[in-house]
Structures are given as C-alpha cells and as structure tokens.
Design a protein around this ligand. Structure first.
Ligand code: FAD
Length: 468
C-alpha cells in the first residue's frame, strides 16, 4: 500500500545537518518533512557519535582525575566498573537529547516520515518504512543530509563481532583485555581513551608518522607524551592482514613498529575514516551528480547541480563535523526561503576530546607553510600557567599563528584539559579579524586557562620572554 504526500521542503536524513535545516525551514514558514530511516532523530552525532562518545569520555575523565588526586593525598582506590550502569547512563543522555529533538520537531509541525528514502524523480522520493509501508514524498525543494558511514576494508572480516566500528565500540558490550585501534585519528583515539580507562590494554597502529595527522606535530606532542604511558603507539606501521580465529583476532603488520609475528587481540576497532552515503540514494533519478567516492558537490548556497536540490553535512565533504553541518543546514533552509545567504566561514574548529584535549582552528602551521603565508607562531606553555599547575594539568599549551604582515591571528591550537572549550575565543578572534594587540589587551581573568590566549599574544609581541 502506498500513500503520497506533498511538501515545500523535504530533508533526507535527520542528523545535525538535517534537523538544523528542517527546523530553520519550518521557522521561516516553510512546510517541512524529514525522512529518516531510524526511529530517533539526531543521526550519527546524537545516536552513535559525538554525544555517546562524550558521555563515555566523561566517565574516563573522572577515573583519570581520581587516579591523579590519589597521588596528592586523596585516595579513592581502584574503580569498580559496572558496564550495565555505564551503558544506561549513556543511553539516558542519548534519550534526553533525541527526545528533545522529537519535541522540537512537533512544536514546529515538522512531519517525520520513518523509512529509507530514495529519489524516484526530480521532485519525488519513495520512502520504505521498517514495516514495509511505502510513502511517496513529492517536494518543491529537497535537502540531502544523509551523512556518512565507517569505511570498511575488503581484507578485514568485518562480520566478526570482535571487529568493531565506532558504533560497535560505543555499545560497550565488554572490555577486551587487548584492544587494537586501527587508525590514529580522532574517533579511534577517543574510543581508545575510554577503553583504556575501563581496563583494556590499548595499542594504536597508524600508517603516517603522527597521530591526529591534520594537526601540527608540536600540538600533538603533549598528547602523545601523556598517552605514551597509556597506549602503545605503532606509527609508520600498516595493517596487512586480519584473521579471525577462535581464540582472537590475529593482525599482521608491516612498517617501522610492526611486530615480527601477527599479534592476537581480543578486539580490533577499525577507525580509518568515514565514507559519504551519496551513492545509496538513487540520486541519479533526480539528476543530482554524485562523485566517485559518494560526495555531492554544492555551491556556497549548498545547491547541488540541480537548482531546487541542496546537500549539507558529511555528504558534501570535509571536515565531517557536526557543527559544520549545522551551519550548512541553516544556509540551505534560508536560501530556500529566499534569503541571500552563503556558507562562507573563515574557520571551522576541530577538537579531539582526548586526554589531554587536542584542538585547533584556522590555519595550521603546515597549511600556512604550504600556502606561502608570511607567518609567525607564539606559544604559551601551560607549565607557566598558575591555574594549570594548581589543577595538575600543566602538560598543555596554547599556540597562536599570526600573519606577520598584518599581525592578525590566522590560526591557533589549544592542547590541555578542556582545551576545546578555550578554542572558541581563538575562532572568534579569527572571524573578527583580531590582531595580536586585540588579544593581548583583552583583560582575561586570572587564574584561568583561557588567559593563556592573551599571554600567547604577549609572547608574539615580545613582552613575555622568560618562559620555561
Ligand atoms: P549524520 O549524522 O550521519 O546523519 C545522517 C542521517 O541520515 C542518519 O540519521 C541516517 O540514518 C539518515 N539516512 C541516511 N540515508 C538515508 C536514507 N536513504 N533514508 C533515510 N534516512 C537516511 N563530530 C563533531 O563535530 N564532534 C564530535 O565530537 C564528533 N564525534 C564523533 C564521534 C564518533 C564516534 C563519530 C562516528 C562521529 C563523530 N563526529 C563528531 C562526526 C559527526 O557525528 C558527523 O559529522 C555528523 O553526525 C554529520 O551530520 P550529518 O547530519 O551530515 O549526518
């Protein structure tokens, strides 16, 4: 049985990009429908990404801080881990947020059509619900926000339950004794941090010569220095074979730190990146161009090659981050509503919510070098910060990158406890075109970690020279 509905705007996918677009479209008076294959809104980010990982990282942080104060005279003893309770805490956090989105959709009269959608024409999408019910959605404008999925490799037996992607790792079914993280990117390192705190012996294998390859090497250094005590890193090393046997997953590697023999692991988390879902939507039926890898190209108004069809979020390209998708979603909805808006941010921040956090925004030093920018960096080490020393988190740093011709800040990084929270000031400074003097003359509260930003600007100006 099939039924047909008509709408001004249909949004395909209810992740952060999709729900942001739908809510903005509805707020601007457009009749809006969301098509989502899952039963909850929020997409990867809320259900199996940003939010559950942060709920678990919160647990991990508390464990590590308890260990730290134990060496300063307050001892809590070894943690007792109750996986069921941790899981229900995480599920509670997800439920609170996805439930909230459901309420926000209802309030705006945004209709949700549950099911898997595929284009059947330039103005129609067919949706097949879990119960087989088919709905045809006819639309004036569509916004594709179908996101991405973990990359799989042909030589890995992904069907074995001991081989995980990030979604499996977030399920927290067990704590493997020996866990291999394949890929030294943000997602793998965050999940590794959680499992190490809960008792796993964690090893990280990464093909390149540094983990978090997008960030500058000096920025990643404090993280590696600290995590060397908790992880075994195998850099410039590649996995060549993975075999599932009864007693474990055997992984062969080659490269600089490769063990001579295949190693046995209790679980392997494959975290080597994410692939866009562009090829799964029958977009060709609407005439929308999808590239080889599954990305959909758009202009700065988020328009695809078909004028009334837009695309936003992970499916349009890097950085695959929730906050990028949210802003793109707003632009797409506003353009449909007739506003002359563009997605044109100067910078998009990136944060690894690891221990310590590694965060950066704007140009990295290697990008500045590659673009031939006349730049200079200034760093304020947290070993000179009263607040960091008092809080026992002095293994961090705040780095700013300046355009030497204009003294404007063009990039920055904060590594350390809550570094990602401090990064906001640098992002704003870049968007507002601040120069070193603006930052140095801004009165930052003392003792805070954020005063390190003003102090880094003073280092650039030459008024601080006596740093450790
Ligand atoms: P998605 O969130 O992927 O949503 C797409 C939605 O479309 C899904 O709900 C999917 O079910 C639906 N869909 C797809 N195809 C169809 C179809 N044919 N029919 C119906 N529905 C369909 N980003 C951050 O910014 N900060 C973080 O801390 C962070 N942590 C992360 C941690 C992990 C473990 C992972 C995996 C990702 C993390 N990310 C983080 C990335 C972030 O989750 C994504 O960038 C973000 O979710 C992308 O949003 P989106 O709306 O483009 O797509």
């Amino acid at each position: 049985m099939s039924n047909e509905i008509k709408t001004q705007v249909v949004v395909l996918g209810a992740g952060p990009a999709g729900y942001s677009a739908a809510f903005r479209a509805a707020d601007l008076g457009l009749e809006t429908i969301i098509i989502e294959r899952y039963n909850t809104l929020g997409g990867v980010c809320l259900n199996v990404g940003c939010i559950p990982s942060k709920a678990l990282l919160h647990m991990s942080k508390v464990i590590e801080e308890a260990k730290m104060v134990s060496s300063h005279g307050i001892s809590f003893g070894a943690p007792e881990i109750d996986l069921d309770k941790i899981r229900s805490y995480k599920e509670g956090v997800i439920g609170q947020l996805t439930g909230g989105l459901g309420g926000m959709a209802k309030m705006r009269k945004v209709k949700i059509v549950q099911g898997k959608g595929q284009f059947t024409g330039a103005h129609s999408i067919e949706v097949v619900a879990d119960d087989g019910k088919i709905t045809t959605v006819k639309f004036d404008n569509a916004i594709i926000a179908a996101g991405s999925r973990p990359i799989e490799l042909p030589f890995i037996p992904h069907e074995d339950p001991r081989i995980w992607d990030s979604t499996d790792a977030l399920e927290l079914k067990s704590i493997p004794e020996r866990l291999l993280i394949m890929g030294g990117g943000i997602i793998g390192l965050e999940m590794g941090t959680v499992y190490e705190s809960l008792g796993s012996k964690v090893e990280v294998v990464e093909m390149l010569d540094q983990v978090i390859p997008a960030a500058d090497k000096d920025v990643v250094k404090p993280f590696v220095r600290r995590m060397n005590k908790r992880f075994h890193f195998m850099l410039e090393t590649k996995v060549t074979a993975v075999e599932a046997k009864e007693d474990g997953i055997y992984v062969a590697m080659e490269g600089k730190k490769a063990p001579a023999e295949p190693q046995r692991y209790d679980a392997v988390l494959v975290a080597i990146g994410r692939a866009p879902n562009g090829k799964l939507l029958a977009a060709e039926n609407a005439g929308v161009a999808v590239d080889e890898r599954g990305f959909i190209q758009t202009d700065k108004q988020m328009r695809t090659n078909v004028a009334h069809i837009y695309a936003i979020g992970d499916i349009v390209g890097q950085p695959m981050l929730a906050h990028k998708g949210v802003h793109e979603g707003h632009v797409a909805a506003e353009v449909i509503a007739g506003k002359k808006h563009y997605f044109d941010p100067k910078v998009i921040p990136s944060i690894a919510y690891t221990d310590p956090e590694v965060s950066w925004v704007g140009l990295t030093e290697k990008e500045a070098k590659a673009q031939g920018v006349n730049y200079e960096t200034a760093t304020f080490p947290w070993a000179a910060s009263g607040r960091a020393i008092a809080s026992d988190c002095s293994d961090g740093m705040t780095k700013l990158i300046f355009d030497k011709d204009s003294n404007r800040v063009i990039g920055g990084a904060v590594v350390g406890t809550n570094g990602g929270e401090l990064l906001g000031e640098i992002g704003l400074a870049i968007e507002m075109g601040c120069d070193a003097e603006d930052l140095a003359l801004t009165v930052h509260a003392h003792p805070t970690l954020h005063e390190s930003i003003g102090l880094a600007a003073e280092v650039y100006e030459g008024s601080i020279t006596d740093l450790p």
